[in-house]
Design a binder for this molecule. Structure first.
Ligand code: HEC
Length: 137
């Protein structure tokens, strides 16, 4: 086996097992004060606008194998599952992605996406945070 092949093979193994990058969670917006936050009532409407284009019920091949339209699908997660861990904002990489506190090529919605879907607002991110902290119900 020649040297460059070995290097390429090693690199591809590293890439395929790498999870999403580290995030500094001290940069997260504060939690919403709202009590009793649930996916169906509070989070799904946000995802419907910001995520369904690429992760929705009608997306034939959801990006990253991630569906954002039901609580069960979100908890099941995508290629780098788990994306949401109930009660754990450090392990919930989805929150880091929507809060844009992770590498910019992992932002959700993706940076400069063609559909021009805007990132969530600070208030919306605070609501997603509260939802996870309250147990992702
Ligand atoms: C314009 C299309 C688009 C929109 C809108 C979008 N995403 Fe994504 N999403 C992607 C693509 C593409 C990937 C796969 C990235 C990759 O494989 O490198 C992805 C991956 C993900 C992943 C990682 C899945 C995994 O386990 O690897 C999560 C979680 C995610 N998106 C959540 C969201 C959320 C939440 C929203 C809305 C706030 C959203 N996305 C909006 C295109 C989009």
């Amino acid at each position: 086996m020649n040297k460059s092949f070995t290097l390429a093979a090693a690199a591809s193994v590293l890439l395929s097992v790498s999870a999403l990058g580290e995030a500094d969670i001290t940069k997260l917006p504060p939690s919403a004060s709202q009590k009793g936050v649930t996916f169906d009532k509070d989070i799904k409407p946000l995802f419907e606008k910001a995520c369904f284009k690429c992760h929705g019920p009608e997306t034939e091949k959801p990006k990253g194998k991630f569906r954002a339209d039901t609580l069960a699908a979100v908890l099941k997660g995508g290629e780098n599952s788990p994306n949401v861990v109930a009660g754990d904002i450090k392990k919930s990489t989805l929150l880091h992605q929507v809060a844009l506190i992770i590498d910019e090529d992992e932002w959700m919605p993706p940076k400069d996406n063609k559909a021009k879907i805007a990132p969530l607002t600070k208030e919306q991110i605070g609501l997603v945070r509260a939802w996870i902290e309250q147990g992702a119900k």
